[in-house]
Design a protein around this ligand. Sequence first.
Ligand SMILES: [Zn+2]
Ligand SMILES: [Zn+2]
Ligand SMILES: [Zn+2]
Ligand SMILES: [Zn+2]
Length: 366
Amino acid sequence: MAEATISNDVQQNLSSNTVSNVNEIPLLTTTDHVPLDSGDINEPPTKKCKNISTDKPRLLEERIGSILSCCICLDLSTLAMFQCVNGHLMCASCFNHLLADCKLKDEQTTCPNCRCEISKTNCTRNLAVEKTISELPIQCHHCFQIFLRSEIKLHQSENCPDRPTNCDYSLLGCTWNGSFHKLASHLIVCEYPTKTGLQLINTIRVQKNSCDEEKKCLETVVDLLSLNQIGVSDLILKPFRTDDFVAKLYFETSRFTALQYQWQVRARINDNTPHPHTTVTRSLSYQLVLKSKISQTIDLKFFILKGPHGDPSTVQIQPIIYHFEFNQNNTETEYLKLPISSQECNRILSSSSISFRLLMVQLDRP
Ligand SMILES: [Zn+2]
Ligand SMILES: [Zn+2]
Ligand SMILES: [Zn+2]
Ligand SMILES: [Zn+2]
């Protein structure tokens, strides 16, 4: 399917360019199909145009491919495929994006094709579709050869002659990159293997600094874990809405006890910017709130990790250690970034609650 679509698109673009040059119409025809591309729902940026007009009969594989493609991104997905009660297919990425968008807008999610209600409980995976897609051929996006889906990963990462490659001496600072088949001729002329230690020492120093920084973060975690007063809390953030005219979605845990005090965690999306559903990238930030009355200062370091009861496919969260001194007047931290990708954020938003682990370490007063 991919090959036919690409070549037809190219042909259309070429011919419309030529037409517009002759008639001196400023490229209107090339953008004609853009509205098709951007419907009223918020789609992932990779959305493609369905190729409707085909003069020549298409191969069976292409026809099956277009039947099994996701009704939102029109791609043949390598991810799980979900279907609405009427059988319309959506890839996992679009499905999560749609659920997250509607949750942000406080609307019922509906199938883009038939407008029936969709949710995690009334949509099912379609294994037959997933298995059929896995049997269909796929085009390598480096060399454009056709492969079996089961072979493409290995081909693109290890065997494709056009796969992007760095110079063997990139660790020494050579910034060359290009197709794998051009590497041998670069290595003949690459000047890095003959450089002296004096010429390379600065590059190595920069690399050592970045390794040292990572090491320091891990050492801090280990140091904190050996301190006396540690609180480990496995928490669930549940969705709520503000009473504003345009209600905003936010998340909150119930109150919990750690280190003999009462706490609560709040989280918000895209730092509370208005209309987060209109954005493509999403982020989550959180705030730690002290709920107990205190007379002395609490000097606290804390970080968030993946929780043990959450979705097992949640990615590991890199620990970012925050430091805050709680006192009578300062009982809330700022909103702090959670280091997760936008796609991971959508996946979290599409589920009913967010499970995570909070580690708090109280520092001893000197
Ligand atoms: Zn999709
Ligand atoms: Zn439907
Ligand atoms: Zn290839
Ligand atoms: Zn090189």
